[in-house]
Write a protein that binds this ligand. Sequence first.
Ligand code: ADP
Ligand code: MG
Length: 316
Amino acid sequence: MSSKQDIIVIALGGNAILKPHEEGTAQDQMNNITETCRQLVQLLKRGHQLVLTHGNGPQVGAILLQNEAARNQVPPMPLDVCGAQSQGLIGYMFQQALRRELSRQGLSQSVSCVITQTEVDADDPAFENPTKPIGPFYSEEEAARLQQEFDFAMKEDAGRGYRRVVPSPDPRSIIERDAIAALLQQGGIVIASGGGGIPVTAEGKQLSGVEAVVDKDLAAHRLAEDAGADVLLILTDVERVMLNYGTDSEKPVSRMTVAQAKTYRDEGHFKEGSMEPKVRAGIRFVRSNPEGRAIIARLDQAVEAVDGTAGTEIIA
Ligand code: ADP
Ligand code: MG
């Protein structure tokens, strides 16, 4: 069981910021973030140190849509810049909400958001095969225009229209890891690698943003390893990882070894792009840190998950 001063890296799913039925006003997002922060403060009260990371799909989607709608008045920004914008907006809301919830509990840690770049390999095979849908839906004609004009890869998305797809390369390293470590060292709470971090490739000392999206759960593993975390806690919208998910024979898993997790993965129990990267991140974490704990749990059960009574724990 974790003792005081444990470092917990928490990867927050989409539902921590915006619920599926909501419109997505600033107030909606602040309300959800405030609710999330109440959970997080429970962990802080127990003396744990926290590093937070989060998804940004809906937020970056909205920014891309705004860029598109205003393209004749304001030059549209590239995806890496939109990613930075989304980190800033979400990080700011967490800075506000956490400060407020901390002070209600008589705590006073500093809260800082680090705009984070994630280094990826320029020759990652993912660049050959864009898979991650982003931004708004388009008609077939609009999709053809974007393909022609900007060389965007466009794909039909489950009968709902066309969307831009971008590569999802593997995160290699976090450029700002020393800054994150220094803030942690001082006892602060750090928000980093939002949306998986802004993917960049390095040529010597020169970094360039790339048109791609890094999976936030895999980025969370990097963050956890760099921070020397004791726990990687991936919070989402399901209570536990399931076998035969979505079928009559669905079965929750409370603990699985790395070997079991790999077998289940090979048997196709975890959906690509949703549960699979979470399990993969957990496997990577406990493999490099067998003393560490990797847990996938529902957002409102964060405390129970750390106590070992909720969620799915992956063990070495
Ligand atoms: P997040 O925003 O938290 O990353 P995702 O939608 O990416 O959320 O991942 C969580 C989703 O994964 C669940 O809502 C569920 O629909 C899906 N999922 C896929 N396979 C499984 C599984 N084996 N067990 C539980 N959930 C699964
Ligand atoms: Mg996800």
